[in-house]
Design a protein around this ligand. Structure first.
Ligand SMILES: Cc1cc2nc3c(=O)[nH]c(=O)nc-3n(C[C@H](O)[C@H](O)[C@H](O)COP(=O)(O)OP(=O)(O)OC[C@H]3O[C@@H](n4cnc5c(N)ncnc54)[C@H](O)[C@@H]3O)c2cc1C
Length: 328
């Protein structure tokens, strides 16, 4: 057993200062991912800084109608907040599709954004994994790469898919992540927060190691839009997405006035389908256009031995969400 020290931060300043004084520290929020990783010996923090007492659990509508969510707001509270259910339905549905009630009661907004991949080779210390052990290789590329492996944004160093449902909805909505560290506060565009694996798969976040997420601010809801999240998986609960689609659509008659589309389960990061959105903008809302958009969304996809089925699956998820949103 490895020993570590535990410290409970009473203020944001104290959390950041304590972290910067220790080389091998980790912040502890709900612990549903961090403690798993410690137990699996994937990470070896010498100090765990508990941030549960920080005053970061508010949800607040700002004057410009954006929504500010504290990093310690739990997934359950967020999913069931009246404003989220009403104006950001896609986010509520995505959160409720994740994990289990017990996990959502503990899991926090900041922790969800920072959760690590579920690739079995990453989670098994005896396998090669460039994310866990830079330069060791990737056992997934020629291994059993079916359910938690991506077809978009992969590299010859890593093909693990991003596991979060919440983040897919946030990628569709648009958001910024506010972080604080020894050199002060800064905002990171949500779409830039998760990094593609490229040649450096061990670098997963735009956040510096000693920075703490304080809150996430969602873009204002689109006037008159409807939104939804569809998650396809091997069993209907307590399972990560094989493919998922987060869609937001505002219609003018039968014409698509505004559309946002993001995908989960298929990308190495929460995947915004920009080209598909562009194609749909100003077009009639019909199945032909939805199928065309779905093909465009997946045109760059690269399948591996066991996950080619994800390409048509993601396309069907896109079509289904768009049909659901535009049906009378
Ligand atoms: C069995 C199981 C099933 C799951 N199924 C799903 C699923 O279907 N869909 C899904 O989306 N997720 C799923 N999850 C993942 C779950 O959502 C995450 O474990 C959870 O969101 C992490 O939040 P946490 O507060 O527990 O984070 P922690 O475990 O406390 O922390 C996770 C990471 O975030 C860092 N961190 C935490 N807070 C901050 C902060 N404020 N600033 C900087 N760093 C921070 C920690 O240091 C750590 O590295 C599942 C998890 C389990 C165990």
């Amino acid at each position: 057993m490895r020993h570590f020290s535990y410290s409970r931060a009473e203020s944001i300043d104290q959390a950041v200062a304590t972290f910067s004084e220790n080389q091998h520290a980790s912040f502890l929020a709900g612990g549903t991912n961090l403690l798993d990783m410690v137990k699996l010996d994937l990470i070896r923090p010498e100090l765990i800084i508990d941030v549960n007492r920080l005053n970061l659990n508010q949800i607040e509508v700002l004057e410009d109608q954006r929504l500010k969510i504290g990093a310690m707001v739990t997934n359950s509270i967020l999913a069931n907040h009246a404003c989220i259910k009403d104006k950001y339905t896609v986010l509520s549905e995505a959160l409720l599709s994740g994990a289990s009630t017990q996990l959502r009661n503990k899991a926090t907004t900041g922790g969800n954004v920072m959760q690590r991949v579920r690739c079995p080779y990453f989670r098994d210390n005896t396998s090669m994994c460039n994310k866990r052990d830079p330069g060791s290789g990737c056992s997934a590329i020629d291994g059993f790469n079916r359910s938690v492996h991506a077809v978009l944004g992969t590299s010859d160093q890593c093909i693990a898919s991003h596991p979060s449902d919440m983040c897919v909805a946030m990628a569709a909505i648009g958001a910024s992540v506010t972080v604080t560290g020894p050199s002060g506060d800064r905002d990171i565009n949500f779409l830039d927060f998760h990094l593609l694996p490229g040649e450096t798969p061990w670098k997963e976040f735009a956040l510096k190691e000693d920075e703490l997420i304080t809150h996430i601010t969602l873009d204002a809801p689109i006037e008159g839009a409807r939104s939804t999240y569809l998650k396809l998986r091997d069993r209907s609960s307590y399972q990560f997405a094989l493919a998922s689609s987060a869609a937001i659509v505002a219609l003018n008659g039968n014409t698509i006035q505004e559309v946002r589309l993001a995908l989960g389960g298929v990308g190495t990061k929460p995947w915004r389908a920009w080209e598909a959105e562009k194609m749909l903008q100003g077009q009639p809302a019909n199945i032909e256009n939805f199928e065309k958009a779905a093909r465009i969304a997946m045109q760059e996809a690269k399948a591996y031995k066991h996950n080619a089925f994800k390409i048509p699956l993601a396309q069907q998820a896109i079509v289904r969400t768009l049909l659901n949103l535009t049906a009378n």
